[in-house]
Design a protein around this ligand. Structure first.
Ligand code: NAD
Length: 477
């Protein structure tokens, strides 16, 4: 069985203790990864500091950009290998893993091009003075990512940090670390100096907590659950360092009678079943105008009935969910729907030959859910869609804003005024009108408000988060 060590200073770092890597499609152990502790985190931080004190700290922004572009090309060269690895580790249907590899390469391509385009400015201030600003890196940035889109999360988070000249230490999720280790190795091949990209694998409460508590880090970028996000922010507060938190959502898709209902229906389905619903920006609530509710939901239910979940390599509509805890979580919400007499309007099936040990759940549409019910309020993080009825624009807005989350929203209408009123009124970080492009858009600033977190990733907005702006004011007479 392969044992994957940590990746520190461009070398494999032997794992003293290990954790199993389970294939979600059948529950079998396929490899082992290192169970890092404060000791490995400290070694990684020292390597990162040495990089900042050495060639990396002196490298021009243009040269950093070239390295990022080279890494992008290597990810594309190895895209199929990376996709196979991700599909095995996360249980993703292979076509979704291929899309993730392409998106990861695209992040490095974008940030490669952006690295030398974060310019300071001169500020007219006072007679006899010149004032200018410079973007500087924070120093060592910590990156803690979840298991749902490891390659995309790595590209999104580490790509921006490297573009700004930081040295990085990444702690991937214990359930899905293989692609992070593989991409870190490609970063060495691309020519990043030792210590610029480090990966320490392990448990959140061990390696993750040790990373957030380490005095050597200057910024934390975290994606995951609100509960852990609070712990991370508390750790950062102890040393007053900045954090970017991306903590999921309960994103509404609001469908009005005047919309292109065929496109809306197909898109609403895809936005909840992609990655078996384990997507922070999954459109997990569909709010439908009363007069089309029954027909729209019947159409959607028909689509759910045709869905099939099965092993990743069969490339069906859905793979398994990531682990038994996540499977139980989804089953808990479905049993809650049963207990409260909610209508399971449409349900897909689990492929008849799906392995016994895999973590499969049935994709489910629950109709006519009260907006305050747990199914309409909590992030299930599985392929469960709740349909909610509304009668007016005002009511739709109130329901859309009526959860603790605020990440993404979709608005389906051909009334431009209504589209704009809702887009401005919904408290989220991104709104899509007549489309729902949550997963894509490397260029588009992304992030939440309320319990979905704060700070922005993607696009140039992320670069502002990964840099510190310095003002220099010179009195020269
Ligand atoms: P999690 O928050 O527990 O884990 C995310 C990352 O944080 C992992 O790398 C984990 O090892 C690390 N971590 C855990 N405890 C830590 C600690 N004390 N200090 C530092 N790092 C720590 O999320 P999960 O267990 O992977 O999933 C649980 C729930 O989180 C899901 O059901 C879902 O609601 C949510 N989630 C959201 C996203 C998202 O993209 N927003 C992604 C995955 C999970």
């Amino acid at each position: 069985m392969t044992i994957h060590g940590h990746w520190i200073a461009n070398k494999r770092h032997e794992a003293r203790e290990t954790l199993p890597v389970l294939n979600p499609s059948d529950g079998n152990e396929v490899a082992r990864i290192g169970r890092g502790t404060a000791s490995e985190i400290d070694t990684a931080i020292r390597a990162a500091q040495a990089a900042l004190d050495g060639a990396w700290g002196r490298m021009s922004a243009t040269e950093r950009g070239r390295l990022l572009s080279r890494l992008s090309a290597l990810i594309l060269r190895d895209a199929e290998r990376l996709a196979q690895l991700e599909s095995l580790d996360v249980g993703k249907p292979i076509r979704q893993a291929r899309a993730d590899a392409a998106a990861c390469a695209r992040y490095f391509e974008f940030y490669g091009g952006a690295a030398d385009k974060m310019h300071g400015e001169t500020i007219p201030y006072a007679e006899g003075m010149s004032v200018m600003t410079f973007w500087e890196p924070h120093g060592i940035t910590a990156h803690i990512i979840p298991w749902n889109y490891p390659m995309q999360m790595l590209g999104r988070s580490v790509g921006g940090a490297l573009a700004m000249g930081n040295a990085t230490v990444l702690k991937p999720a214990e359930d899905a670390s293989l692609s992070s280790l593989a991409i870190a190795e490609l970063a060495a091949e691309a020519g990043f100096p030792p210590g610029v990209v480090n990966v320490v694998t392990g448990l959140g409460e061990e390696a993750g907590a040790a990373l957030t508590a380490h005095p050597g880090i200057a910024h934390i970028s975290f994606t995951g659950s609100p509960e852990v996000g609070t712990l991370v922010q508390t750790a950062a507060a102890q040393r007053t360092i900045p954090v970017t938190l991306e903590l999921g959502g309960k994103s509404p898709q609001i469908v009005f009678a005047d919309a292109d209902l065929e496109t809306a229906n197909a898109t609403v389905l895809n936005a909840i079943i992609q990655n078996a619903g384990q997507t922070c920006s999954a459109g997990s609530r569909v709010l439908v105008e009363d007069r089309i509710f029954d027909n729209f939901v019947a159409d959607l239910a028909g689509r759910f009935q045709k869905l099939e979940a099965g092993p990743a390599e069969r490339d069906l509509d859905l793979g398994p969910v990531i682990n038994p805890q996540q499977q139980k979580r989804v089953e808990h919400f479905l049993s809650l729907a049963g207990q409260d007499g909610l209508s399971l309007a449409g349900q897909g099936r689990i492929a008849s030959n799906a392995p016994e040990g895999g973590y499969y759940v049935r994709p489910t549409l629950v109709a006519d859910v009260d907006a305050n019910h747990a199914l309409a309020q909590d992030e299930i993080f599985g392929p469960v869609l709740t349909a909610i009825r509304f009668r007016s624009e005002e009511q739709a807005l109130a329901i859309a804003n009526g959860t603790q989350y605020g990440l993404v929203a979709g608005v389906w209408t051909n009334d431009l005024g209504r589209a704009m009123r809702l887009s401005r009124g919904i408290k989220v970080g991104q709104v899509f009108v007549n489309n729902y492009g949550a997963g894509g858009g490397v260029e588009l600033p992304f992030g939440g408000v309320k319990r979905s977190g704060h700070g922005r990733e993607k696009g140039f907005a992320a670069l502002a988060g990964f840099g510190a702006l310095k003002t220099i004011a010179i009195r020269h007479g």
